[in-house]
Design a protein around this ligand. Sequence first.
Ligand code: ADP
Ligand code: ASP
Ligand code: MG
Length: 409
Amino acid sequence: MIENLIVQKFGGTSVGDPERIRNVAARIKSYHDRGHKVVVVVSAMGKTTNNLISLATEVADIRPKREMDMLLATGEQVSIALLAMALHSNGVDAISFTGSQVKILTDKNFSNARIEKIDTKVLENALNRGTVCIVAGFQGVDIEDNITTLGRGGSDTSAVALAAALGAKECEIYTDVDGVYTTDPNKVPEARLMQKISYDEMLELASLGAGVLHSRSVEFGKKYNVIIHVRSSFHYSEGTRVVPEEQVMEKLLVTGVTLKNDESRISLTDIPDRPGIAAAVFEVLAKIGANVDMIVQSTGQNKLNTISFSVLRKDIDECEIALNLLLKEWGTGLMSIEKEIAIVSAVGVGMKSHGGIAAKMFNAFANEGINIEMISTSEIKISCVIEKAAGEKALKLLHKVFELEKSVT
Ligand code: ADP
Ligand code: ASP
Ligand code: MG
């Protein structure tokens, strides 16, 4: 247990240019000067990660995932070194570490690796000397010393996992908005800032498109009881705390709404209606590591059936090839693909004990002529697949229908 420990993560925009890096250094110094032991996790500067991806696309058609991770991890290495220098220039002793130097051990799933273990010894030694530790977010190392990355937005997960491993009670996520809002404030200006939100609701929002937190960071927070404090890096106001459900007084029917734009829909029609067919489809998809989200199967007719599901658009080509082989094997079935879909969702713990939310959502869409292609529900969320062009309109509509501009938590 390290006394007075704080873990702070700064996202891409927050370290987007030299001046911002100097501002971040000044903020860290103020905590250090007050006697805190500080661990800082940083992302790559601004759009660096996107630019590196474009560069790879320009250079090669074949981009092995291992090499992509090697490439993308360089972005964070730039920012940790620059931030350490900025701190030194402010008279603060600081040292930067890559994921592999800390030893953030992950599985071998390049581009979407999971953290398995974190060795805290190196960090603890430095912290006990009064040195600020700056750790590269988004990256780890597998058992064979390959560099891995945790998936886009994964620096949040690096930070919360480090906070958990070091026994910190709270992890601060500094970003370019004031906290977690009822929906993306850059898409819906009426969005309201929340003071608190439960882990489960945040987990649903993050998985369903609220990019403000990487969903695995919320899983870590919940599992290891680390409060996640999402706040602005541009001023000192408090933001939103992600906390256990008991600490959220008001159980709102709908806490937030989201829009996801990065998925496609695959429909397999006229496929055999017998045991083992769905298993075969999803086994094939699991093998290529495709992330399947919604699944809808209709009741079979004349021994034939239809299964539709959504997958991340980046996996669509691989899915198409693999499923075509399966259809060939069966000698029956057709595949249709809608490359661009939108998934709009409403999330709230109050749904557990109240009905009527689904009807309200479907009615709102009906009145605006928005066609629902697929529906999926859980205890605390309802999601609909609609055509991509209607995505933003549907998001604004739900925000209004559920009166989220008035909600206060
Ligand atoms: P960082 O680089 O700091 O990790 P991100 O771009 O990953 O920042 O996350 C912050 C962005 O998340 C905001 O600029 C905002 O557009 C988006 N966002 C999406 N949904 C929400 C939400 N419900 N609340 C706040 N921000 C959201
Ligand atoms: N730099 C990585 C990304 O852009 C990780 C992160 O920002 O969290 O996805
Ligand atoms: Mg992020």
